[in-house]
Design a binder for this molecule. Structure first.
Ligand code: FAD
Length: 235
């Protein structure tokens, strides 16, 4: 069935990092959403010009009536600029979803679960981690997350708390622009696999180059291609 556009109201906006803003939207779904899915949003200017973009859902499917989006401000970004600087609680925007059938994790799929995110590519992985913690905490999971600096780590306090408190979850941060910074490479992938064991499912999300590099490294490390799912944000 074709998805229809609906009006969703922004109920809260919170700075998440210097470049990322969290928006909470009240939505009315025609079907439940799944961790990893995204929505399309559409903005219309007074002259009728329209711009449409996709944003992953960051919040857990167990809170279906209000979703969180985490939107990174891109330099000269048309739509991300609007959500960063202009959108306010009370505003209504056009939204359709939930969208996406391949890049999803349900508790019934089990694990071990390897999540590899670059920058804002961590957003759909957060939904998976949140759903896992609520519905399937026994599933082993590891998040390998590449960000520029510690201050750019989205949901940093939550991720560090989960790492400390959830026996089955491990966080591995790879910071590219801290002193001695590095990128995800064969060694970081190897260390993640040694800590987690061979994953039943690997989810990789981020910019086009990040996803290509990380997925290639996973295949080189011996993961069967059928266990790897990818989501590309562009760039
Ligand atoms: C399935 C899906 C889910 C997504 N989820 C999220 C999300 O949760 N959070 C989020 O912040 N973004 C997400 N994106 C990216 C988002 O859809 C937009 O592409 C992004 O916000 C840029 O739109 P803009 O209008 O601000 O920039 P534009 O005006 O379209 O582009 C501005 C400049 O940025 C470049 N650019 C465009 N996209 C990217 C990118 N992803 N990385 C680097 N440079 C880029 C363009 O080439 C251009 O130079 C997702 C994309 C997809 C396909």
């Amino acid at each position: 069935m074709a998805l229809t556009w609906q009006e969703a109201r922004i109920t809260a906006t919170v700075p998440e990092t210097a470049r990322v803003r969290r928006l909470t939207l009240a939505v009315g779904w025609s079907e439940p959403f799944r961790a990893g899915q995204h929505v399309d949003v559409r903005l219309t200017a007074p002259d009728g010009y329209q711009a449409q973009r996709s944003y992953s859902i960051a919040s857990s499917p167990m809170r279906p009536e209000a979703i969180d989006l985490l939107i990174e401000r891109l330099d000269d970004g048309e739509v991300s600029g609007f959500f960063s600087d202009v959108a306010e609680p009370g505003d209504a925007i056009e939204l359709r979803g939930p969208i996406g059938g391949a890049f999803v994790w349900d508790p019934g799929m089990g694990g071990p679960l390897l999540l590899v995110g670059g920058g804002s590519g961590v957003v759909p992985l957060l939904a998976m981690l949140r759903h896992r913690a609520e519905a399937a905490p026994g599933v082993p999971a590891l998040l390998l997350y590449s960000a520029r600096t510690r201050a750019d780590v989205i949901a940093r306090a939550e991720l560090m708390r989960r790492d400390a408190e959830e026996p089955g979850f491990r966080l591995r941060l790879v910071l590219t622009r801290e002193p001695g910074g590095r990128r995800i490479d064969a060694q970081t992938i190897g260390e993640a696999l040694a800590a987690l064991g061979m994953p039943a499912h690997a989810f990789v999300c981020g910019s086009n180059p990040f996803v290509s590099t990380a997925a290639d490294l996973l295949v080189e490390a011996g993961l069967p291609a059928r266990t790897i799912r990818t989501e590309r944000f562009g760039g």
